[in-house]
Design a protein around this ligand. Structure first.
Ligand code: FES
Length: 101
């Protein structure tokens, strides 16, 4: 378990897409969802596409390179149970977003 580290402000995360922040050497993509801000490893396991540049609908982000989809709250790939992208715990304090990384 890591410590919670301040990553960004909520207002810096665009609507319908994500924001990449490097935290403790990890590339993490932050997305706003109805359940709050979620954090997922930003490098697509297919060929390294930037998940933060993908569109997000109902917690599912679509990789902009070849369309693989991941649930940003669980990391699960929508079409292959054996693929799971790492996710990170997030804490929000007002406008500030903290992540455990
Ligand atoms: S790199 Fe993400 S789908 Fe191919």
């Amino acid at each position: 378990m890591g410590e919670f580290v301040k990553a960004c402000k909520k207002s810096e995360i665009p609507d319908g897409a994500g924001k990449r922040v490097q935290v403790n050497g990890k590339e993490i993509a932050f997305f706003k969802t109805q359940e709050g801000v979620c954090a997922i490893y930003s490098v697509c396991p297919h060929q390294g596409g930037p998940l933060e540049e993908g569109g997000i609908t109902d917690q599912v982000v679509t990789c902009p390179w070849h369309g693989w989809e991941f649930n940003v709250t669980t990391g699960e790939c929508t079409f292959n149970d054996s693929i799971k992208q790492p996710t990170f715990r997030v804490k929000e304090e007002g406008e500030d977003v903290f992540v455990e990384a």
